[in-house]
Design a protein around this ligand. Structure first.
Ligand SMILES: [Fe+2]
Length: 252
């Protein structure tokens, strides 16, 4: 059984369509979107519409989708000016979605699980197995022991997540962890949009691969710069360079 996965679209429609063109050629049995459909980009409505109309596609929610759904700006004090910027963006994003689209995001599950054969599970989450990504993440800077602590209750052979905006495959003991992020922007220094392929080969064997696609990042960066987003230069910088816009305040 072949799965194709991507995440962290962040309201970037051009990157999404480019990734889907590559994804369609994979002829996978199941397409999976591992959260963060909106925020950080100019086109939340068209991205939600695109995803909800995909055939044979299962979707989970990401932490920034939750911000938009639960109106984070109404009940949480911003920790700093950057946090306040993000909260304003959540509000501005929500204003660009229909009630129907917000309801779609609200109903998305936090995790997914597939078992192509008894005893051989593939588990998908956005941030960490137990939390959507507001307070925890699995960046590559964590040691194997630190990652083990996060996954100690997970029995799956293989896991996939989004959130850290840099595709990777990590082996922890006999378990594999795949990061399939991201579509909209990367933080690992390579601005090309990414996705992942995970295939169950039978007899407990899995194959995992991450892929990047060629994409006109400069054109997309300029489109972001000219958009409605407050401090759109920050988002454009990430799209253009593949690095987080503010190295002094990395998200995790
Ligand atoms: Fe994200």
């Amino acid at each position: 059984m072949k799965f194709v996965l991507y995440s962290d679209i962040h309201a970037q429609l051009a990157q999404l369509e480019a990734v889907q063109e590559a994804v369609d050629k994979e002829n996978a049995d199941k397409e999976i979107v591992a959260g963060d459909l909106v925020m950080l980009g100019p086109d939340p409505g068209p991205v939600v519409e695109n995803i909800r109309n995909r055939k044979n596609c299962d979707v989970i929610v990401g932490n920034l989708d939750v911000w938009v759904v639960d109106k984070r700006w109404e009940w949480m004090e911003p920790k700093n000016i950057y946090h306040e910027w993000m909260m304003n963006m959540a509000k501005d994003t929500r204003e660009r979605l229909t009630e129907d689209q917000i309801q779609y995001l609200r109903m998305l599950p936090f995790t997914l699980s597939y078992m192509p054969e008894p005893g051989h599970e593939f588990f998908i989450f956005h941030g960490t197995p137990h939390e959507v990504g507001d307070t925890s993440a699995l960046p590559l800077t964590l040691s194997d022991d630190e990652v083990k602590d996060y996954i100690k209750d997970v029995k799956a052979d293989i896991m996939a997540h989004g959130h850290i905006h840099g595709p990777s495959i990590r082996q922890i003991g006999d378990q594999t962890i795949v990061c399939c992020a991201g579509v909209g922007m990367s933080w690992d220094g390579d601005p090309r949009p990414a996705y992942a392929v995970v295939e169950y080969l039978g007899d407990g064997k899995w194959h995992a691969e991450t892929k990047r696609i060629e994409f006109d990042t400069e054109k997309a960066a300029q489109y972001n710069e000219q958009s409605w987003i407050e401090h759109s230069d920050r988002v454009a910088k990430m799209v253009r360079t593949g690095y987080f816009w503010n190295p002094d305040h990395m998200p995790h």
